[in-house]
Design a protein around this ligand. Structure first.
Ligand SMILES: [Zn+2]
Length: 166
C-alpha cells in the first residue's frame, strides 16, 4: 500500500481510476462522481454546523461562539456521538423545559452531560403523545390543563426529525 497509488480504484465505488482522473479526500482516492457526492455531504454538514452556531448565538444572545464550543460540537458530530438536531433539542430541553438560566459558559457541559437525559425526555414525550393519540376523547373526562402560552411555546424550535436521528 502506497499513499499515492498511480492507478488504483475508487475508495467508494471500486471503479478503476485512470491517471489524473482521481480525487483525493482524507488520503483516499475517489472517482469524480463519488468525490462530488462527498463534497455535497461535507457542504451539507458545514451548513448544519453554521445553522447550529447561529441558533446558539441567538439563543444565548451572543455575537460569538468560542472556539472550544465549536470544536466540541465538531468532534461530537464527527464521532457520531451526537447530532446537530440532538444537541439543539438538548438546549431546548435544558433551558426551556427545565427552566435553567441560559449561560453559554456552561454550554459544553450541558451538551456533554444532558444529552442522554434530553433524549430520554424526547422519547417519553413521543410515547405520551402516542398514548394520547390512542385515547377516545368521548370516553374520557375532560381535563383542564393549565398551560400558559409562555416563552416555552413561542420559542419552541421545530423538531421534525425522527428519534433515530437523535
Ligand atoms: Zn467512485
Amino acid at each position: 500500500m502506497t499513499k499515492t497509488p498511480s492507478g488504483g480504484v475508487c475508495h467508494s465505488c471500486g471503479k478503476k481510476l485512470a491517471g489524473s482522473l482521481k480525487y483525493p479526500y482524507k488520503n483516499k482516492f475517489y472517482c469524480f462522481d463519488c468525490f462530488k457526492k462527498i463534497e455535497e455531504i461535507v457542504q451539507n454538514e458545514n451548513n448544519k454546523e453554521n445553522d447550529f452556531i447561529e441558533y446558539i448565538k441567538e439563543f444565548f444572545q451572543v455575537n460569538q461562539v468560542s472556539e472550544s464550543i465549536v470544536s466540541f460540537i465538531r468532534k461530537a458530530v464527527e464521532s457520531k456521538e451526537r447530532t446537530f438536531e440532538g444537541m439543539k433539542y438538548t438546549i431546548y430541553y435544558y433551558y426551556k423545559v427545565m427552566g435553567n438560566e441560559p449561560n453559554i459558559e456552561f454550554l459544553t457541559w450541558v451538551l456533554k452531560d444532558k444529552y442522554s437525559e434530553a433524549r430520554k425526555f424526547y422519547e417519553d414525550q413521543q410515547r405520551i403523545k402516542k398514548v394520547n393519540e390512542g385515547i377516545d376523547i368521548n370516553s374520557t373526562p375532560s381535563i383542564t390543563v393549565k398551560i400558559k402560552k409562555s416563552d416555552l411555546e413561542n420559542k419552541k424550535p421545530k423538531f421534525n426529525y425522527k428519534i433515530e436521528d437523535l
